[in-house]
Design a protein around this ligand. Structure first.
Ligand SMILES: NC(=O)c1ccc[n+]([C@@H]2O[C@H](COP(=O)([O-])OP(=O)(O)OC[C@H]3O[C@@H](n4cnc5c(N)ncnc54)[C@H](OP(=O)(O)O)[C@@H]3O)[C@@H](O)[C@H]2O)c1
Length: 273
C-alpha cells in the first residue's frame, strides 16, 4: 500500500461499486485523496462512504446522469483533477447470436459513456491547465478471444480514442493514460457468463461457448494489482501512456506482437479445449 499523498487530488471514478473500481476507490482514499465513487448500485459503494469518500449514482448510458455527476463534483470541490473511466462489462457471444440492441448497449457503456465522461471533465481541466484521464482498457484492447467481437471492439476503441486524444490535450497539461488489465478476479466473469447464457442461440457455436465457460472460470489476479497501476498513473510525475498489469497482460501482449495472426488464433482456440 502506498503512503498517504501530500497533494490530495479530487478524483471521480466510474464503476466503483465492484471489482477494480471499488478496490481503487478505497486505496485512493487511503492515500489521502478526495474520491467520488460512481455507479448504478449505490448501496454497494457503502464501503467508500464508510472510508470517508463520496458516492454518486451514475449510469454511463444516460446523458443526464453523467452531466449531474460531473456537475455535482465541480459544484462541491470546484475541480476534478483525475477522471478514472472504469465502468464497463463484456458482452460475449457469437456475432450471429447477439441482437443489435445488446450490441448497442455494449457500445453505449464501454465506448460512449467513457467518451462522454471525458468530454464533460475537459473544460474544467483545460481551465486548470492540469488533469489526468485514466481509461481502463484491457489486454482485450490488444488481443482477440473467441465470441468477444463486440467487447474487443470496445476496448480497441478505448485505446485508439485515448492515444488520439493525447495529441489534442497533452500540451494543455492534461495526461491521457491507459490501463490494460489482464485476467482479474472481480464481478466481470459472472457478468460475462450471464451474457453467454443470455446470448447463446445458434448450435454451430456451442463448442466455443462451452470452451469459454470453462476458460473464464480460471482464477485471475487480485484487483489490488490494477489499483496499484492506477495509483502509479496518478502519482508518476510524467505518466506512461499505458500501464499493463495482472495475469497474462504482459505475456499476451508480447505474444500478440511476436506471433503472426493465424498462429495467435490457433493458440487462442487451443485455450478453449
Ligand atoms: N476483470 C477483468 O478480468 C478485466 C480485464 C480487463 C479489463 N477489465 C475492465 O475493468 C473495468 C472494471 O471491471 P471489473 O473487472 O472491476 O468488473 P465488475 O466487478 O463487474 O465491475 C464493473 C463496474 O462497472 C459498472 N458499470 C457497469 N455498467 C455500468 C453503467 N451502465 N453505468 C455505470 N456503471 C456501470 C458496475 O457498476 P453498477 O453495475 O453498479 O452500475 C461495476 O461497478 C471494466 O472496464 C472492464 O472491462 C476487467
Amino acid at each position: 500500500m502506498s503512503s498517504p499523498q501530500t497533494d490530495p487530488k479530487v478524483i471521480l471514478i466510474t464503476g466503483a461499486s465492484s471489482g477494480i473500481g471499488l478496490q481503487t476507490a478505497l486505496d485512493l482514499l487511503h492515500q489521502g485523496h478526495i474520491v467520488y465513487g460512481c455507479a448504478r448500485r449505490i448501496e454497494m459503494m457503502e464501503p467508500i462512504r464508510a472510508a470517508g469518500g463520496h458516492v454518486l449514482a451514475l449510469d454511463v448510458s444516460d446523458d443526464d446522469s453523467m452531466c449531474d455527476a460531473v456537475d455535482e463534483v465541480i459544484h462541491s470541490e470546484g475541480r476534478i483533477d483525475v477522471l478514472i473511466n472504469n465502468a464497463g462489462f463484456a458482452t460475449y457471444g457469437a456475432v450471429e447470436d447477439i441482437s443489435m440492441d445488446t450490441a448497442r448497449h455494449q457500445l453505449e457503456v464501454n465506448i460512449l459513456g467513457l467518451a462522454r465522461m471525458t468530454q464533460l471533465v475537459l473544460p474544467n481541466m483545460r481551465k486548470q491547465k492540469s488533469g489526468r484521464i485514466v481509461n481502463i482498457s484491457s489486454i482485450g484492447g490488444t488481443i482477440h478471444t473467441p465470441l468477444g467481437a463486440w467487447y474487443h471492439g470496445t476496448k480497441f476503441f478505448v485505446e485508439g480514442f485515448t492515444n488520439t486524444m493525447r495529441l489534442e490535450v497533452e500540451d494543455k497539461g492534461i495526461y491521457m493514460v491507459l490501463i490494460a488489465p489482464g485476467f482479474i478476479d472481480t464481478g466481470f466473469s459472472a457478468v460475462l457468463s450471464k451474457e453467454l447464457d443470455h446470448n447463446e442461440k445458434e448450435r454451430a457455436y456451442k463448442p466455443l461457448y462451452d470452451g469459454l465457460r470453462g476458460a473464464s472460470a480460471a482464477p485471475g489476479s487480485s484487483p489490488a494489482v490494477i489499483s496499484a497501476a492506477i495509483s502509479k498513473a496518478i502519482s508518476d510525475v510524467k505518466p506512461k501512456t499505458i500501464y499493463r498489469a495482472g495475469k497474462y497482460s504482459k505475456l499476451l501482449y508480447v505474444l500478440r506482437r511476436l506471433l503472426p495472426h493465424r498462429m495467435f488464433d490457433r493458440m487462442m482456440l487451443s485455450m478453449l479445449k
